[in-house]
Design a protein around this ligand. Structure first.
Ligand code: GLY
Length: 255
């Protein structure tokens, strides 16, 4: 890596970090620079195939909420990670308002940060926003006006699952321009287009991750069944998707 300069000059310096093991959770959060309001938690599936096999992708599906993330964990994350992060940015003269993405891992030594992003997550947002009860615009206005502590951000009960439909070969080489056929979907299914376009009046594939099919249910299992029932009504040549979204971590203790 370093001798052959595989990453150019970016590979000249290496940071050695603690190796972390445990379930991963994404906690997207609203912040106005003073208050942090975590959104409902979600779990991404980065590997291409079931049982977390295959290559790393941009995300093959998500579910929300992460059942293992209970009140004790939420309190630990707020006190040890979220509020200190906001305070540190303020102390550095870089106050942040917007959506802060905490990529976290539950290790045997407590909750640890894997990554931060100053944006919504993909495909986490596809399962988080359908669960939002409060009007998103009201939240955005509270963020910009620094009134986040004054509003209550409410979430719907139940769960949401998103399954990503990908082009054959993704994340390596794949073909584009395959016609997508979509049957009669349940009325409340949310289809998030990612790699699609219209060509000669037809919807065709235009990317590796083509679309996310999202369904809400009273329980995670209800949402899972509903999403897969609807996924079966969509097809294009080479289409593949993971069949195990929403199963991960189901035996993990809630704390
Ligand atoms: N799902 C990971 C990300 O949005 O970075």
């Amino acid at each position: 890596m370093m001798l052959d300069k595989k990453f150019g000059t970016a590979g000249n310096k290496v940071v050695v970090e603690e190796f972390l093991e445990g379930p991963e959770v994404s906690v997207l959060s609203f912040t106005d620079g003073k208050t942090v309001v975590p959104m409902i938690t979600s779990c991404d599936h980065k590997r291409a195939f079931d049982n977390d096999e295959g290559l790393n992708t941009g995300g093959m599906g998500t579910f929300a909420p992460a059942q293992f993330y209970g009140e004790k964990t939420a309190k630990e994350v707020m006190e040890k990670i979220m509020l200190p992060t906001i305070a540190a940015m303020n102390a550095e003269g870089r106050p942040f308002k917007g959506v802060l993405y905490f990529g976290l891992m539950k290790t045997k030594n407590g909750m640890k940060v894997i990554e931060y992003n100053s944006r919504f997550g993909d495909p986490e947002t596809q399962v988080v926003l359908p669960m939002l009860e409060t009007d998103l615009m009201d939240v955005f206005e509270a963020v910009t006006d620094e009134r986040l502590s004054e509003i209550e951000v409410k979430w719907k009960k139940g769960a949401c699952v998103c399954v990503v439909l990908a082009s054959g070969g993704y994340p390596l080489d794949y073909e584009k321009g395959k016609e997508i056929t979509i049957g009669e979907l349940d009325g409340d299914i949310v289809l998030c287009h990612a790699g699609t376009k219209m060509k000669d009046g037809k919807l065709v594939t235009a990317g590796g991750r083509v679309m996310g099919v999202c369904a809400r249910g009273e329980t995670l299992e209800d949402a899972r069944q509903k999403v897969y029932k609807n996924v079966e009504k969509i097809s294009f040549e080479g289409m593949f998707y993971r069949k195990d979204i929403g199963i991960k971590y189901r035996n993990e203790k809630r704390e």
